[in-house]
Design a protein around this ligand. Structure first.
Ligand SMILES: Nc1nc2c(ncn2[C@@H]2O[C@H](COP(=O)(O)OP(=O)(O)O)[C@@H](O)[C@H]2O)c(=O)[nH]1
Ligand SMILES: [Mg+2]
Length: 235
């Protein structure tokens, strides 16, 4: 890709069924990148399997949620001087074939989102979760000054500026890791852009979003957005 150093950060919670295959695929697709798995108090063999597959593993003693795990990942990236940090799911839903496109877009942006519903693939979500996503995308597009269709995507790529910022200010609250991070970045005048990606179905394990959780997604997501807008940006 270039001589920039890239760290792939994988937040993982009980993903023993898929994490090794995901790492193998990543090493194949982006051999120049280092892979960091942040194991978030998993009760299964996620950490051992990830290490055996060649990743560096940081193990949190108990479950902090995606936000807490990602903050640790960005701090690691910042301290080790990585130029690019790419967040990637442990469940096999993300396709590493899109990584070069995300990285290339960093020429024009500080944070690049791999977006579903943007042309590639046929991933769909229905019901309240879908409406929430559409409305949030509208609000955040206005804030960021660019069209964003998938503000909750966990496939993202950050440059050094954003790595440094996230190492100090990553929101760890529920849903903060997705929506609030975008508000922070946009309000600091940093550039957010998206690249269309297709997503696959989860390869094993269980999703953290149950139908019950999805039902309250709408209200909470808007509350998160409102609070993020009221909050003073970090430094
Ligand atoms: N560190 C950490 N990772 C989590 C947690 N919950 C989910 N993940 C990871 O976040 C990624 C996306 O989770 P998933 O449940 O598939 O979310 P979905 O794809 O939006 O339904 C996967 O790599 C999960 O292992 C958590 O509590 N802590
Ligand atoms: Mg998933």
């Amino acid at each position: 890709m270039s001589d920039l150093r890239m760290l792939v950060i994988i937040p993982a919670w009980n993903e023993e069924g898929s994490v090794a295959a995901v790492i193998a695929e990543l090493r194949d697709a982006v051999p120049e990148a280092d892979v960091l798995v942040v194991d978030d108090g998993s009760a299964d063999a996620t950490a051992e399997l990830a290490r055996a597959a060649g990743a560096t593993v940081l193990k949190l003693p108990y479950n902090l949620g995606v936000g807490g795990a990602m903050r640790l990942g960005y701090r690691y990236a910042d301290e080790r001087g990585y130029d690019i940090a790419l967040q990637f799911d442990a469940d096999g839903q993300h396709d590493p074939a899109y990584i070069p496109a995300l990285v290339a877009e960093l020429d024009r942006a500080d944070l690049v989102i791999g977006a579903r519903f943007a042309g590639a693939g046929d991933y769909t979500v229905r019901g309240p979760r879908r409406w929430a996503m559409v409305m949030l995308a509208g609000a955040l597009s206005r804030l960021a000054g660019t069209r964003l269709t998938d503000t909750t995507s966990g496939m993202r790529c950050a440059n050094r500026t954003v790595i440094g910022y996230f190492a100090r200010n990553y929101p760890v609250e529920y849903l903060g890791d997705t929506i609030e991070t975008l508000v922070h970045v946009a309000r600091r005048g940093l550039v957010v852009r998206q690249v269309p990606v297709a997503m696959r179905v989860r390869q094993a394990g269980t999703p953290s979003q149950s139908p019950a959780k999805a039902a309250i997604y709408l209200g909470r997501a808007f509350l998160v957005l409102l609070l993020a807008l009221l909050r003073r940006p970090g430094t």
